[in-house]
Design a protein around this ligand. Sequence first.
Ligand SMILES: NC(=O)c1ccc[n+]([C@@H]2O[C@H](COP(=O)([O-])OP(=O)(O)OC[C@H]3O[C@@H](n4cnc5c(N)ncnc54)[C@H](O)[C@@H]3O)[C@@H](O)[C@H]2O)c1
Length: 382
Amino acid sequence: MIFFEILFIVFVICIFLFFIKFFLSFWGVFLILTQNQYILNMKKILVTGGTGFIGSHTTVELIQKGYEVVIVDNLSNSNINVIDNIEKITNKRPIFGKVDVADKNQLFNFLDNHKDIESIIHFAASKAVGESVEKPLKYYSNNINGVINILEAMKHFGIKNMVFSSSCTVYGQPEQLPVTENSPIQPATSPYGNTKQINEEIIRDFVAANPDFHCIALRYFNPIGSHPSSLIGELPIGVPANLIPYITQTAAGIRECLSVFGNDYDTPDGTPIRDYIDIIDLANAHIAAINRMEDNKQKKNLEFFNIGTGNGLTVLQLINTFEEATGVKLNYKIVGRRAGDIEKIWADASFANSELGWKAVVPLKQTLLNAWNWQKRCANIE
Ligand SMILES: NC(=O)c1ccc[n+]([C@@H]2O[C@H](COP(=O)([O-])OP(=O)(O)OC[C@H]3O[C@@H](n4cnc5c(N)ncnc54)[C@H](O)[C@@H]3O)[C@@H](O)[C@H]2O)c1
């Protein structure tokens, strides 16, 4: 009799342990699913140029908002380590393909393995104004073929939405400030600027002929800053063509002196005015644009938005704010004007504020401090 009692107790314990194990397995699966927030309905996005400055920050924001990101980049102006650092920030590694988007075969072969992509953010392009004057064919070949191949890929693989990286350079020196999206497009002052204008026209013609496809062109003003983690940032190869990396490299002692090009412009202190937009704010504008297309909220199947703060700042004001934010004194000198620079431009961002539901929120001092912290990390400065 006692034998059957013991057998019964062992049986009950076994059943109990079985249920505990079953519950724990179920709980484990539940945790994995919830840690990956939207894993059950994650949308796949192709980010071209995703290891570059704006692409890497946008990838981080996309992953953190539950998207699955596939990056293609030919690493012509970026480093593969960026993928590791995106993973460190997000705990998720984006899929990466070393692909030249200007090469249609490479792009199509890669996309053959990713047929579930729903939207594209197209950053990949050559972007240095000065270099484009010296090597115009490099810019026309890379930037124009890139867009044509991306549009052909959209059609071939049935990818309906695209966000395109445009630029405020399309406005040239505007007669009226701030510039709205309806301000006239001016003749381009560089081959780079011309490629952005031609790209916008190609996309306009493409969506007119293919009304099932949607595009939002974001006209960026001057993107600056870096991720607050200091794990990703702007990484210019060689002498920086943009102001902020030049400022931070001068502050770090890598460059001897910062040249301010011209102080005889018609501005409060004579130096040129620009609208500096934080990189995280800019990244989030792309997500607002993707959401707008996914939610069918577009009023036309090609829309343009100015992505800026709405505030213009002179170069000297920017330098002073950098010194205040970081406590570092900058060695700079005023030199003559630089060919091709315009006098002043800043955005009217009210259309993006009201229609996209997007607004720049990061304070300028925070942006400059983030840029400095990134530079310090790159240069091993304590
Ligand atoms: N940074 C700015 O001031 C600014 C302003 C307005 C517009 N934009 C536009 O935003 C986009 C991104 O700019 P960014 O500042 O991140 O530049 P970036 O150079 O840091 O990033 C561009 C990335 O594209 C890659 N790339 C270039 N050509 C490619 C090709 N054929 N195939 C695959 N990858 C290629 C580069 O390796 C790089 O990683 C560009 O289209 C640029 O014209 C930039």
